[in-house]
Design a protein around this ligand. Structure first.
Ligand SMILES: [Zn+2]
Length: 229
């Protein structure tokens, strides 16, 4: 871990910007010039603010493809509970950009999830504590379904229940509900296992995890059926 020196941190970031300008930008100049006149991302990607998640790298998408919304605990308050940045970003993505997929991605070792189990960690952070109330129901579900242990497995379970809860909240947003009714949008929940480098797709009906290979297989079958009919 590097030493916590603000000037060195900023120096490192500015050096990265310089490298982007000299090495990365020239290779993709055409793409950046195309993007100058507007965006038309097809996916709204909602995830935790955690620094270990890199949505574009994880999904191998170029700039312009993901509309990214991040906050502590990948939370989407139910419609009407909070008219802030999350609600407006969801509305804009669905109504103006017409995204066709929304992914909510939780992750291993999530500080927000462990704070739900250990709220005393948030004694000096009243704003975070208030924000996490939107995930409290996931904690109640995990508690109801599991034993009293709070090992890594129960944190994973809590994280997955939180993703499913936030998907349910997302459906209360009028723009999302309308697009779902017209079958113009797909919602999906993911759990990202950071040390394994693996994504698990959460099946909302069975509440089980699917591997990405299984999810691709299922989707391929549906696509084939739709093209036949
Ligand atoms: Zn997190």
């Amino acid at each position: 871990m590097s030493e916590n020196n603000p000037q060195l941190t900023l120096f490192d970031i500015l050096k990265g910007v310089k490298k982007f300008r000299t090495d990365i930008y020239p290779e993709r100049k055409e793409l950046y010039c195309q993007l100058a006149n507007g965006q038309s991302p097809k996916t709204l990607f909602i995830t935790c603010a955690d620094s270990r998640i890199s949505p574009e790298s994880l999904t191998q998408q170029p700039p312009g493809n993901l509309f990214v919304l991040r906050n502590i605990g990948n939370i989407v308050p139910a419609y009407g509970n909070s008219f802030g940045g999350v609600t407006s970003a969801v509305e804009y993505a669905v109504s103006a950009l017409k995204v066709s997929t929304i992914i909510i991605c939780g992750h291993s070792d999530c500080g927000a999830m462990s704070a739900l189990i250990h709220p005393e960690k948030l004694n000096s952070m009243p704003a975070v504590r208030k924000w996490l109330q939107y995930a409290e129901t996931a904690h109640a579900i995990t508690d109801a379904l599991s034993a009293t242990d709070v090992g890594p497995e129960s944190i994973q379970s809590l994280t997955e229940h939180n993703v499913l809860l936030q998907l349910a909240h997302l459906r209360t947003h009028p723009s999302v509900a309308g697009a779902l009714a017209k079958k113009e949008i797909i919602l999906q929940g993911w759990y990202y296992d950071i040390p394994k480098g693996k994504i698990y797709v959460l099946d909302e009906e069975t509440r089980n995890d699917m591997t990405v290979d299984e999810a691709i297989f299922m989707l391929q079958n549906r696509i084939n059926q739709n093209t036949k009919s």
